[in-house]
Structures are given as structure tokens and as C-alpha cells.
Design a protein around this ligand. Structure first.
Ligand code: NAP
Length: 234
């Protein structure tokens, strides 16, 4: 099996933690970023169980200086990167037309829509030295204009739709460099964000995501996919 060097944001809980655990178990080198490492107990346990293969990095994805430091650390340690998974995300509940809060909306856009591109800006030079390099943008079916029903979730839906659009632009720009960019909907997953009623466990979602990513080729760049490999409408 090919072992990869993977950088992953928001890896201290939910889908990110399940991905970090799965990739580590599969023998890959995981650069697991989280904004509060001191509180990231499960992640620290994972690093202790895989010495030299799971590296922890402190990263708030809205802090460009911290992103640059993380990229420099990965470069120094690994000399390049194969997969970048922009997983960190936030959701504001109970958002309706009469409760919209500009500060909360800006934070959601900063994390979900802008940060993945600033992370890419600093990690593309490392991906250029990677094998079958790939950027996976963790989006949502809620970013699909075609599938939108009902009200609410303005900033979450809007930020994921913006993520989708800008990822298509990135896919075009990075195609000549041989870097594949895909949008991934992880399913409705039992996490703090997805809630207990969700049908999928983080482990099942992570398993599906990694299987889909492993099967991709540069011809797949710009696709909007689910954890089961289905194509979603924009
Ligand atoms: N769960 C679902 O059903 C579902 C469905 C569709 C899409 N998604 C997407 O899948 C991704 C993971 O979701 P999840 O369900 O695992 O969510 P989650 O359990 O709420 O975890 C979110 C992760 O993002 C991190 N994060 C938030 N803001 C950050 C920041 N500024 N800097 C760095 N990390 C930050 C969190 O770190 P802290 O612990 O420090 O807050 C946490 O690790 C998200 O992009 C989400 O939109 C989830």
C-alpha cells in the first residue's frame, strides 16, 4: 500500500479525529492540526500510540501566520505533502432572517469559505513535491444550490456554496500542476455538528471518504462527491 503524508485541519474531534485515527492505523504519516492541543486529549493519545507518524500542530485556520508556521513545520519534517484535507468547519444554528448576526456570519465564512484557500496557498508548494497530490475540501450537501429546501442556516449554506465555487476555481488553477481538488460531503454524521440523530458514525464516514479519495485520478479534479463516491448537483 502507498503510504501518504496527510495534513488535516480540525482533527481533535468529529470527522477529523476519525480521519486522523483511520489514516494513522493505515500506516500513513498524519500531520493533525487542531486549535487547542492542550484540550485535544484524544489526539494526544493518538500521537502517543503512533510515535513519529502522528504529528500534532496547533492551528486556528483563521490565523494565516499560524498556517505559514504549520506549512514550514510539515516541510521540515516531511519535505512535501500528498494530501491536504481542509476539514475544520463551523455551523450556526437557529439562524433566520430576523436573527442574523453579522459577526457570527463573518466567523462562519472565515472558517468554512476563506480559510481552506489560505491553507491551500501555503501548502500548494509542499503538494507540488507530493505523490498524486490532492486537496480535499470538506463541504456539505447544504452547499448545493440545486438541493436547497426550506429556510435557515444562511451562513453555513452560503459559506459551503462559496467553498464549492472557489474550489472549482482552485481546481482549474492547480490542474496544470497535477494537483487534484475535490469537494467532499461526508454524509450526515454523529458529531457535535451533526447531532445524535445522524445515521452515520464518524468512523463509517471517514472510511468512505478515504476509500473515495484513494480511487481518484487527476481527471476527477473539480468533482463534488459524497463519502460514497456519488456526484452531487451544484
Ligand atoms: N457532521 C455532519 O453531519 C456534517 C455534514 C456535512 C458536512 N460536514 C462538514 O465536515 C467537517 C467536520 O465536521 P464535524 O461534524 O466533524 O464537526 P465538529 O464535530 O463540530 O468538529 C468541527 C472541527 O472543526 C474545528 N474548528 C472549528 N473552527 C476552527 C478554527 N477556527 N480553526 C481550527 N479548527 C476549527 C473544531 O475545533 P474545536 O474543537 O477547536 O472547535 C473541530 O475540530 C466540517 O467542515 C463540516 O462542515 C459535517
Amino acid at each position: 500500500m502507498t503510504t501518504r503524508r496527510v495534513f488535516l485541519t480540525g482533527s481533535n474531534r468529529g470527522i477529523g479525529l476519525a480521519l486522523a485515527r483511520l489514516l494513522a492505523r493505515q500506516g500513513h504519516t498524519v500531520f493533525a492540526a487542531a486549535r487547542r492541543l492542550r484540550q485535544a486529549r484524544a489526539l494526544r493519545d493518538l500521537a502517543a500510540a503512533h510515535p513519529g507518524r502522528v504529528h500534532l500542530l496547533a492551528l486556528d485556520v483563521t490565523d494565516e501566520a499560524a498556517i505559514a508556521r504549520a506549512a514550514a513545520a510539515v516541510q521540515a519534517q516531511a519535505g512535501g505533502l500528498d494530501w491536504l484535507i481542509n476539514n475544520a468547519g463551523v455551523l450556526v444554528r437557529d439562524e433566520r432572517w430576523d436573527t442574523l448576526d453579522p459577526a457570527a456570519m463573518q466567523q462562519v465564512f472565515a472558517v468554512n469559505a476563506i480559510a481552506p484557500f489560505i491553507v491551500a496557498k501555503h501548502f500548494v508548494p509542499l503538494l507540488r513535491a507530493g505523490r498524486q497530490p490532492l486537496i480535499c475540501q470538506m463541504t456539505s450537501v447544504m452547499g448545493s444550490l440545486a438541493l436547497t429546501e426550506g429556510g435557515g442556516y444562511y451562513s453555513y449554506r452560503g459559506s459551503k456554496a462559496a467553498l464549492n465555487m472557489m474550489s472549482l476555481v482552485l481546481a482549474h488553477e492547480l490542474r496544470p500542476l497535477g494537483i487534484t481538488v475535490v469537494l467532499m460531503h461526508p454524509g450526515w454524521v454523529q458529531t457535535d455538528m451533526g447531532g445524535p440523530a445522524a445515521p452515520l458514525t464518524p468512523e463509517a464516514s471517514a472510511q468512505g471518504i478515504v476509500q473515495v479519495l484513494e480511487g481518484l485520478t487527476p481527471a476527477d479534479t473539480g468533482r463534488y462527491l459524497t463519502w460514497e463516491g456519488r456526484t452531487l448537483p451544484w
